[in-house]
Design a binder for this molecule. Structure first.
Ligand code: ADP
Ligand code: 5GP
Length: 201
């Protein structure tokens, strides 16, 4: 018997640095990324099965009906969801899987898979969050206000998270997330088959 892999979720408000930290943690640890399913059309250069699994709305609805998603959301009139099967296959093979999702997504994943390890990524303060969102240049003033308001409500959901990491420097935040993963892998409950095997010798 092999130990199951860990399912780790990086979540937090828009602008906290999820995408930035996620990419670095993947590079450093070689963890598997979860490929989402979407009904939006592929952008130039996007590859089916790599960036997303691209589906029609009808196919997507069939997947919902068949209970094939860990979580699903409607974003800007398109559907996005995390398919269960590839994630569970990886976990069963002992591979660790890393997710980057918003706070709603993190809640849905934890509900479906309570062993998930959830990390709330946050800037050291709200001013920094505002500066980084502005610096990214992707948001209008209006959308910035909406996102800052949402950030406070999202932090208010702290009880559903296992860990909080403050993204002061990217290096430190990546170090913190990898430390968490390393410690989780050393938990007794994540090493039972190895321990039992040793005891049998
Ligand atoms: P999210 O995915 O949570 O919305 P991003 O990864 O897009 O956040 O980060 C938001 C912006 O902040 C980006 O412009 C990114 O380059 C920048 N950023 C992320 N982490 C840091 C950091 N530690 N220090 C300075 N800038 C950062
Ligand atoms: P884009 O169309 O630009 O690739 O993504 C649009 C939005 O959908 C982003 O905010 C992204 O985080 C979100 N998204 C992508 N995949 C998923 C998913 O599987 N589940 C959820 N809940 N959101 C997703």
């Amino acid at each position: 018997m092999m130990e199951k892999g860990l399912l780790v979720v990086i979540s937090g408000p828009s602008g906290a640095g999820k995408g930035t930290v996620y990419q670095k943690v993947i590079e450093r640890t070689g963890m598997m990324r979860s490929v989402s399913v979407t009904t939006r059309k592929p952008r130039p250069g996007e590859i089916d099965g790599v960036n997303y699994f691209f589906k029609t709305e009808e196919q997507y609805q069939q997947m919902i009906a068949a209970g094939e998603f860990l979580e699903t959301a409607e974003v800007y009139k398109n559907y996005y969801g995390t398919p269960k099967a590839p994630v569970y296959e990886n976990l069963d093979k002992g591979n660790d899987v890393l997710f980057e999702v918003d706070v709603h997504g993190a809640r849905s994943i934890k509900k479906q898979y309570p062993e998930a390890i959830t990390v709330f990524l946050m800037t050291p303060d709200f001013e920094t969050l505002s500066e980084r969102l502005r610096g990214r240049g992707t948001e209008s003033e209006e959308s910035l206000k909406t996102r800052l308001g949402a950030a406070k409500r999202e932090l208010g959901k702290y009880e559903m998270f296992d860990y909080i990491v403050f993204n002061d420097t990217v290096e430190q935040a990546v170090e913190d997330v990898t430390d968490i993963i390393r410690a989780e892998k050393r938990r007794i409950k994540n090493n039972l088959s190895v321990i039992k095997k040793l005891l049998e010798q």
